[in-house]
Ligand binder design. Structure first.
Ligand code: ZN
Length: 275
């Protein structure tokens, strides 16, 4: 009893003595497909930061210091990386390794595994359109960084799975899937502006929301889209319904989260990250 009390008080002390704030503890998972949170100090005006020449989100933590919230692309190798700050500073951080599991999926539609030449033209055009949306960087602090779950329902396929369709390796899983019934309403996990709506070869019916400062959500395989480009959504506003359009084997909700143009694990932002 005494020993466990001592352990508990030591734990509480280490938590309270730690300089890190809530956002840093929640979001700092510097792995490929993860997020690095770096302390930029206090002062005004807010510093601006960039990573791999792309602007990075900077927000205030607990009213005291500025933090940079850096998205780390899944293709990044473990090792040292550098954030640049506009006052001339460079801050380095270490990307730790993470092993992602494999997933094998059987598709009856072989064209979704090996697209025809005409499909490739469409796929490349759609990819460019979506990458442009991911590169959006608008000023303004997101309404919330701890995001709401867009649908209620259990998590299914995690982010980062190495994917094999009919035995052939394709791009890894860029988002997080939720098991949900056809027609379940999808709600904005934070306030934002609709910046792209499309009906794509792989993603099916798709909605992109800009939450501010390069923090972008994408929802795909929808059965219905209830918003249009330019709409401003409040946190929790319904944007569409769960479906299985595009390359999907059944109804589910696929959610991408992007920071500084890199897709990162949405589980981080709902407190469900696991190594
Ligand atoms: Zn998915």
């Amino acid at each position: 009893m005494m020993r466990s009390l001592l352990l508990l008080s030591a734990l509480l002390f280490s938590l309270t003595a730690h300089a890190e704030g809530f956002l840093t503890r929640l979001l700092n998972h510097p792995v490929p497909g993860g997020v690095a949170v770096l302390n930029l100090g206090d002062g005004s005006p807010p510093p601006q930061a960039s990573f791999n020449s792309k602007p990075v989100m900077v927000v205030k933590e607990e009213g005291t210091r500025w933090i940079a919230v850096v998205g780390i692309d899944l293709k990044t190798l473990p090792g040292e990386q550098t954030l640049r700050v506009n006052d001339g500073r460079t801050l380095s951080f270490t990307v730790q390794p993470k092993r992602y599991r494999e997933q094998h999926i059987k598709l009856a539609n072989k064209r979704q595994v090996n697209p025809l030449a005409q499909d490739l033209e469409r796929i490349n055009r759609e990819l460019a359109e979506q990458n442009k949306a991911y590169a959006t960087f608008t000023p303004g602090t997101p309404s919330n960084l701890l995001l709401d779950r867009p649908v209620s329902g259990p998590l299914s396929s995690p982010f980062g799975l190495r994917r094999f369709f009919n035995g052939e390796e394709r791009n890894p899983h860029s988002g997080l899937d939720f098991a949900a019934r056809l027609g379940t309403p999808i709600k904005a996990p934070a306030a934002g502006t609709v910046i792209l709506v499309g009906d794509y070869f792989f993603n099916g019916r798709t909605v992109f929301i800009d939450h501010g400062q390069g923090f972008i959500s994408m929802f795909c395989h929808l059965s219905a889209v209830d918003v249009k480009v330019g709409d401003t959504l409040t946190r929790g506003a319904v944007l569409g319904k769960v479906g299985m359009t595009g390359r999907a084997t059944g109804p589910h909700m696929h959610w991408n989260v992007s920071l500084n143009g890199s897709r990162v694990d949405p589980a981080i932002f709902i407190g469900a990250f696991t190594l």
